[in-house]
Write a new protein. Structure first.
Length: 290
């Protein structure tokens, strides 16, 4: 099922910010969030949650939260102090469309909004309140130093250096993979699954597609065009960043992506028909051209 129309509506409803303090800030947030994108992370939330019996209504908030976190990370990654990218999703990056200070504040505000949405209203009773707390903790853990922020720090420190495959995998499991893992596991938690064989299978699956996604990104940086991928092609090579293609070559990177794809499919095979949607998303991750 294609959940993109649903998440677009959920995000649109979340972004008329009352008492935002600045219309320009609100515009920058909406510009960044509603400017297109694959919506892979919220789709993973919905697909994993539905596979385990959760309702779509129960999945809307975690799906919105992971996409807001993802967009905040892109806004900040594009800044001159980070990756210095002028193009995102085929449009000027937030700091180019507005200015650097507004982009920083937009990213900060999107992160805060993500957790406000995920926490839910103050009136929540048990067991939903505890479930929401579990989801907040899970997401926070994977976007901090253990996950996304830590991976970005390693990425910045690695520019112009030669690192081995293990170090490269560690960097990308944090920078890219951790939020993808969080997306799948938030769907599981929303369905009431927080441990056991199924939860562990989803951990294995999400770790595999998280790594496969980054490998495919590295491949597209070499083989894709700026128009197709929506950002400047060849940017990693221009910055002398370590990538799977620079370390393994193009064919080696493709084999590595295929290995992670196979690992993901093996992880969800025990779920039977319930895991078919997740399997299709693994196919998409390694087959995408943008």
């Amino acid at each position: 099922m294609d959940y993109r129309a649903r998440i677009e509506a959920v995000l649109d409803r979340a972004l008329p910010i009352p008492e935002a303090g600045s219309q320009r800030l609100t515009e920058a947030m909406r510009y960044s969030v509603l400017g297109g994108g694959k919506r892979l992370r919220p789709t993973l939330v919905y697909t994993a949650g539905v596979a385990l019996g959760a309702s779509l209504d129960a999945l809307d908030d975690p799906a919105a939260a992971v996409e807001l976190i993802h967009v905040y990370s892109l806004v900040h990654d594009d800044l001159p102090a980070m990756d210095d990218d002028d193009l995102r999703r085929g449009r000027p990056s937030c700091h180019r469309a507005f200015d650097e200070a507004t982009a920083i504040l937009a990213g900060d505000a999107l992160q805060a909004l993500a957790f406000e949405i995920l926490a839910g209203p103050e009136s929540l009773a048990e067991p939903e309140a505890l479930r929401r707390l579990t989801m907040c903790r899970l997401l926070a853990h994977r976007i901090g130093t253990v996950g996304m922020a830590g991976g970005q720090a390693i990425d910045l420190e690695s520019v112009g250096k030669r690192i081995d495959l293990a170090a490269l995998q560690d960097m990308h499991r944090r920078k890219t993979g951790a939020l993808i893992e969080a997306s799948v596991l938030l769907g599981a938690v929303a369905a009431g699954v927080t441990s056991g064989p199924t939860y562990r299978a989803l951990q294995d699956y999400s770790a595999a597609i998280g790594l496969a996604f980054q490998i495919q990104d590295d491949i597209l940086d070499v083989t894709g065009t700026t128009d197709a991928i929506g950002k400047i092609a060849g940017a990693d090579a221009a910055l002398d960043k370590p990538t799977y293609t620079s370390l393994l070559g193009l064919d080696g990177a493709r084999r590595a992506a295929a290995e992670q794809h196979d690992r993901a499919l093996a992880a969800v095979a025990p779920l039977g028909a319930a895991g078919q949607g997740l399997a299709k998303l693994a196919d998409f991750v390694v087959g995408r051209a943008s």
